[in-house]
Design a protein around this ligand. Structure first.
Ligand SMILES: Nc1nc2c(ncn2[C@@H]2O[C@H](COP(=O)(O)OP(=O)(O)O)[C@@H](O)[C@H]2O)c(=O)[nH]1
Ligand SMILES: [Mg+2]
Length: 268
């Protein structure tokens, strides 16, 4: 495959995109580890007030595979991803693998996700979280609720997890969707992106990927606020539900044409 990097080469179609906001100490190892398996790696620093902008920019001087964008004001994860998508498109990239900056996502799965995307560029490759004992029960439960809604909203089009941010997105389709939406700019991004990409006709491929939750002592940081962000997610599912009702005839017809099975996507 011509676009696959031969370590430590560079892909000209697929890049790793890491949106980052006050990520805690794990960001440096996360970026370094990502660069060991893929290039390019881009970080979008979203109005962070810690020292990550300076330290990662300094790292980029010595690392040709790393590019760091520093945005002056915090606008949210979805807005930072959209910024990265637009830059990626301007540079000719067709796909981005988005991942968290705080060390929770498995860098060692980047290659497998990129391979799956290179083999099926029409699809999105979704991480299916494999939790260990570190996962808070409340987050796992909340996820099941969001997954149920996302599956209803897409008429069971094959989304295994609606919230996991470790994914490969087709750039053009996601920009086209986000351009028309005012929302999807904060923690409502991950769910709304998969649901709307499904509506858009982009099939999901689900691959397992471990997720870890770190304690404060281990350097874990979370900006997810249970009240604020659960209200945001509830409002998002309300909007998506009505979008689903409007699209029901189209989704139903698609479902019938796909002969009942969860569709186009593969699951490994
Ligand atoms: N650019 C940007 N990224 C964010 C923001 N908030 C979170 N993120 C990214 O989203 C990831 C997940 O957020 P986090 O706060 O760790 O939430 P949690 O993992 O769900 O508890 C982080 O690692 C960042 O990469 C934000 O305001 N701006
Ligand atoms: Mg996190």
């Amino acid at each position: 495959m011509p676009n696959e990097p031969s370590e430590p080469g560079r892909s000209s179609s697929h890049l790793v995109l890491i949106p980052s906001y006050n990520p805690g100490p794990k960001v440096f190892a996360t970026v370094r580890d990502a660069l060991r398996v893929w290039a390019p790696v881009w970080v979008v620093i979203d109005g962070s007030t810690d020292e990550s902008a300076q330290r990662l920019s300094a790292m980029a001087v010595a690392e040709p595979g790393l590019r760091v964008f520093v945005l002056p004001r915090n606008r949210g994860k979805g807005a930072a991803v959209l910024f990265g998508l637009r830059q990626a498109q301007a540079c000719g990239f067709t796909h981005v693998l988005s991942m968290d900056s705080d060390g929770q996502h498995p860098v060692e799965r980047i290659q497998a996700f990129m391979q799956a995307s290179l083999a099926r560029p029409d699809a999105m490759v979704l991480g299916c979280p494999v939790f260990d004992a570190s996962a808070p029960a409340l987050r796992v439960k909340g996820r099941q609720i969001s997954n149920w809604w996302a599956n209803l909203e897409t008429l069971w089009a094959g989304i295994h997890d609606s919230l996991y941010g470790f994914r490969v997105y087709p750039v053009e389709a996601l920009i086209a969707i986000m351009r028309r939406q005012l929302w999807m700019r904060r923690f409502d991004f991950d769910v709304e992106a998969v649901v709307r990409l499904c509506w858009h006709g982009v099939p999901p491929i689900n691959l397992p990927a471990a997720v870890r939750y770190f304690s404060l002592e281990e350097g874990g940081v979370s900006h997810f606020n249970y009240w604020r962000d659960n209200v945001l997610l509830t409002w998002m599912h309300f909007r998506l539900f009505w979008g689903f009702i409007l699209r029901l005839p189209l989704l139903g017809a698609r479902r019938l044409l796909s002969k009942g099975g969860p569709p186009q996507g593969q699951n490994r």
